[in-house]
Ligand binder design. Structure first.
Ligand code: CMP
Length: 145
């Protein structure tokens, strides 16, 4: 994927569930804040304990989420990660590693916070995903006890 033009980026963004239903103005806003980056399989995208500088949307490819060296989740197209440290200011909770050649949209911390403050409904959508992740983590924990 090569998002040469601003309108290409907007077209891709409006198909991402996290941004579905947003107005053209808000999609423009997000497109301006997001940079396309490619990553080879094996690239460490966030490192557990590290500083959180950006939130990342996975457009193509896949990644695994590891905590203390154990795989705790797998992410695929349209999933995002790296939001937690930007929200609470704490170190990265997990290491995220690309498992296949991936295309990412990277939104740096300041832009991410501005988007949360200005794009209606975005915070709520993010919360819904965080709830789903917590439910999955609780279910896993209960099944191992
Ligand atoms: P952050 O802590 O900033 O950096 C690591 C990211 O991994 C984290 O944000 C989440 O986006 C993601 N992550 C952490 N735990 C899980 C989980 N259980 N399921 C899916 N993604 C997770």
């Amino acid at each position: 994927m090569l998002l040469k033009r601003h309108s290409d980026k907007v077209d891709v963004l409006k198909k991402v569930p996290l941004f579905s239903g947003l107005s053209r103005r808000h999609l423009d806003h997000i497109a301006r804040a997001a940079d396309e980056v490619k990553a080879e399989a094996g690239t460490v995208l966030t490192r557990q304990g590290g500083l959180g500088l950006e939130c990342i949307l996975l457009l193509e490819g896949g990644a695994r989420v590891e905590r203390d060296g154990k795989v705790i989740a797998r992410l695929g197209p349209d999933d995002f990660f790296g939001e937690m440290s930007l929200i609470d200011g704490m170190p990265r909770s997990a290491t995220v590693i690309a498992e296949s050649p991936s295309v990412l949209l990277v939104i740096e911390a300041r832009s991410f916070r501005t988007l949360l403050d200005t794009v209606p409904g975005l915070e709520r959508k993010l919360l819904v995903t965080l709830c789903a992740r917590l439910r999955a983590a609780d279910a896993r924990l209960a099944s191992t006890n």
